[in-house]
Design a protein around this ligand. Structure first.
Ligand SMILES: NC(=O)c1ccc[n+]([C@@H]2O[C@H](COP(=O)([O-])OP(=O)(O)OC[C@H]3O[C@@H](n4cnc5c(N)ncnc54)[C@H](OP(=O)(O)O)[C@@H]3O)[C@@H](O)[C@H]2O)c1
Length: 470
């Protein structure tokens, strides 16, 4: 038998730490050997809950079925797995004063494998120690995230092939070694998310609901909105939580009505996620006479966020997450064309212009709103396999389909930002895969001071008509 005991003194943050240790489905965040892990049966985690964990060890994949066989809330978690040739027990314990975390792993080998125990013990100890250090860092999230893009990220982003491959599923997988996990539960959090009836938004809403957040979805299609809320209720085992507000976000009147409904709900908003989006290949105008790409991609997040600013202010430390796109790297803002689209109309470039503007708006708000306790982030989900990519970029979709991310992978950074306890040091940055990235890669696309000024002045014409009472 091999038994390895690792232990670290640590200032533990109570229930969240313990909840994180129980969540075997998140072990890949800190254990580099875990490729995937899932809870097998739905329902709250309790004694008897089963988890399916796939490891990559010495280039081989091995799947183990763990059963949670002991659970003392706040103190002790024991998981056991049975394999043809060995049994594994892995146990986390937190001491009485919540000042020390210990991790004990025991492997009982059958037959001839037992003879190899001394060698295996040395290997296992060094590998487990590495993972344990990452776990300890995960339990202390505010110290870990670099606030500027590191040199490697800068170089890779600037090189065409590695830069583009990072957007794909491969990029997501390369980043698994530096995932910067967070452990926070979101039980008291109210999160508002637009465009959560499909794709990345739907995945983010589900991930956040599983962390305990109460979600308000803003969507335009009632059947889809209802279905999404029902799924959230089922998966988070709550019939009371989660709701939807119907709105076509390209219409100013619908955005204003949404603001009114959120005000009526009278709940502080801990996080607003401006995710809804679409790439219009043909120029269209709404029945309010506004160019549709502008209306959906910039006016809607601007108007909605301003309209609910006082609800954000009421949360202890609120966050706004603006979902942009890597396409914005190709554009320097042509601020004079913002509201009309690029002429002659080019859907892809207009989309990229508006996503660039959204990143710039995030930077402006981050500076202005920090004293109000509101942090603002922009992010890029990478290239994910979603309805709108298939519909609006069919050739791109055909070529890249095999390497597109899943919507869950695209949503990962949204969920991570929304659940992070304090990203004040990185307020206003542009994120992908839980890392800060540069906002300018191509010479000549750097926004000037005047671009920010014109952006601000242009958007002032689109403020909500129903400002919140102070
Ligand atoms: N997928 C990618 O590779 C990728 C890359 C970069 C950036 N993004 C950004 O990620 C965000 C999510 O896109 P996705 O890829 O997940 O696409 P998606 O699956 O098509 O989801 C888009 C969501 O936005 C909603 N929406 C669109 N127009 C709306 C409107 N007028 N009013 C209200 N809701 C509206 C859609 O509602 P319906 O369900 O009713 O259509 C849907 O819920 C977008 O901002 C997109 O620009 C995606």
């Amino acid at each position: 038998m091999i038994s390895i005991m690792l232990s670290e003194p640590f200032e533990l943050s109570g229930d969240d730490t313990f909840a994180y240790l129980q969540e075997v489905s998140r072990y890949s965040e800190w254990d580099d050997h875990v490729l995937e892990s899932h809870q097998v049966d739905r329902g709250p985690i309790q004694i008897g809950t089963k988890f399916n964990v796939t490891y990559r060890i010495l280039r081989q994949e091995l799947t183990l079925y763990f059963v949670l066989s002991a659970l003392k809330p706040g103190r002790d978690v024991l998981l056991e797995a049975q394999h043809d040739h060995f049994q594994v027990q892995t146990r986390f314990t937190i001491d009485n004063q919540a000042k020390r975390l210990s991790w004990q792993t025991s492997v009982h080998f059958d037959g001839i494998w037992n003879n190899a125990s001394p060698v295996l013990k040395t290997i296992l100890k060094s590998e487990l120690s590495r993972s344990f250090q990452k776990l300890v860092r995960a339990l202390n999230p505010s110290k870990q995230v670099p606030d500027l893009p590191d040199l490697k990220t800068q170089i890779e982003d600037h090189l065409l092939i590695p830069g583009l491959l990072r957007f794909s599923r491969l990029g997501y997988q390369w980043e698994t070694n530096c995932r910067y996990p967070v452990i926070r539960k979101l039980n008291k959090h109210h999160i508002v998310i637009t465009g959560a009836s499909s794709g990345i938004g739907e995945a983010a809403a589900r991930q956040l609901a599983l962390l305990g957040a109460d979600i308000t979805i803003i969507a335009r299609n009632e059947i889809k909105a209802k279905a999404s809320v029902n799924r959230l209720r089922q998966e988070s085992h709550s019939r009371k939580k989660h709701r939807y507000i119907l709105a076509d976000l390209s219409l100013a009147r619908d955005v204003d009505r949404t603001i009114g409904e959120l005000v009526k709900l009278d709940r502080p908003i801990d996080c607003l996620i401006n995710n809804a989006g679409y790439l219009y290949q043909e120029r269209q105008e709404t029945d309010e006479g506004i160019e549709k790409s502008f209306a959906l991609l910039l006016m809607a997040p601007y108007r909605l966020t301003l309209g609910v600013k006082n609800l954000l202010k009421r949360a202890p430390l609120a966050q706004v997450i603006n979902v942009s796109s890597g396409g914005m790297y190709t554009q320097r803002l042509k601020a004079d064309h913002l509201t009309q689209g690029l002429m002659p109309y080019d859907g892809t470039r207009t989309y990229a212009q508006l996503k660039r503007a959204l990143v710039m708006l995030s930077e402006l708000w981050a500076q202005e709103w920090e004293p109000d306790g509101i942090l603002v982030h922009a992010m890029h989900p990478g290239w994910a396999d979603t309805k709108s990519v298939a519909e609006t970029l069919p050739r791109f979709y055909q070529i890249t389909k095999a390497i597109l991310r899943t919507p869950d992978e695209g949503a990962d950074t949204i969920t991570w930002l929304a659940s992070h306890p304090d990203l004040s040091r990185t307020n206003g940055r542009f994120w992908m895969d839980r890392r800060v990235h540069p906002t300018v890669l191509i010479p000549g696309t750097n926004p000037r001071k005047t671009d920010y000024q014109i952006l601000k002045e242009t958007l002032q014409n689109f403020e909500p008509e129903t400002p919140l009472p102070q």
